[in-house]
Design a protein around this ligand. Structure first.
Ligand code: PEP
Length: 254
């Protein structure tokens, strides 16, 4: 099964509107009026979405993502942003369950599941993040953790909605550390996640769902990781902040 790779830039809490504009000035000429064999997604902070949609809204090769959303429609949820609000900024994807949301803000699998379901109500495509800590991996809990995150996080998602979801396998010990999972470690985890999708949603869904790798992806390691059978692109933090390095990862990885 041919799956279109997807490369997503997770800027985290970096780049306000003016830095987003600087990025756009350099990145736009490289992607405008071009077709790529992969999907390219940029996830700026909420406050930069208006600027990003002004820059990239008409660029067919680039889609925008938010880095989070609320599990509620509207109301007394100070500081939150609903999926419906994001639609006004030409946002098509939303990163959900990133390990920083899980560990710093205490998001549980159940909360992430509610967010996935709410995002799908307005046709936003979740980039659903999962991954184990070093302690869990070394304690032999890799499969148990991934099974729990997938089973609970994707509970009640329909098969159709699942196909519009992207999974990002991101071992927590590789995020922002400069330590990348080896291609073998990554492929093994991706194959396991795909088998979990097969159990929960069937063989067709397992063959079609895109599973990105995330964790210190750089221009130098993208090709080896992306060559793995079950890896369909990357979620990139640090190395996506520079237009040239984000583009090199996309080019080297496809
Ligand atoms: C991430 O934030 O999802 C990530 C993978 O970060 P980095 O590429 O910096 O490890």
């Amino acid at each position: 099964m041919q799956r279109k790779p997807i490369f997503a830039a997770n800027w985290k809490m970096n780049k306000g509107p003016s830095e987003t504009e600087d990025f756009g000035k350099s990145f736009l000429p490289k992607v405008q009026h071009k077709t790529f064999p992969s999907d390219i997604v940029i996830a700026p902070p909420y406050v930069s979405l208006a600027k990003a949609s002004e820059l990239f809204g008409n660029v067919s090769s680039v889609a925008l993502a938010a880095q989070n959303c609320s599990q509620f429609d509207s109301g007394a949820y100070t500081g939150e942003v609903s999926p419906m609000m994001l639609k006004e900024f030409y946002v098509h994807y939303v990163i959900l369950g990133h390990s920083e949301r899980r560990s710093i803000y205490g998001e549980t699998d159940e909360v992430i599941n509610a967010k996935v379901l709410k995002a799908r109500e307005v046709n936003l495509r979740p980039i659903f993040c999962i991954g184990e800590t070093l302690e869990e991996r070394e304690g032999g809990k890799l499969e148990e953790v991934l099974r729990r995150q997938v089973t609970v996080g994707l509970k009640d998602v329909t098969e159709k909605d699942l196909i519009d979801t992207v999974i990002a396998y991101e071992p927590v010990w590789a995020i922002g550390t400069g330590v990348t999972a080896s291609a073998e470690q990554a492929q093994e985890a991706h194959a396991f996640v795909r088998s979990l999708i097969g159990e929960q949603f069937g063989a067709d869904a397992a063959a079609r769902i895109r599973i990105q790798y995330g964790g210190s992806v750089k221009p130098g390691n993208a090709a080896e990781l992306m060559a793995c059978t079950d890896i369909d692109g990357a979620l990139i933090g640090g190395a996506s902040l520079e237009p040239s390095s984000f583009l090199s990862i996309i080019e080297n990885g496809t």
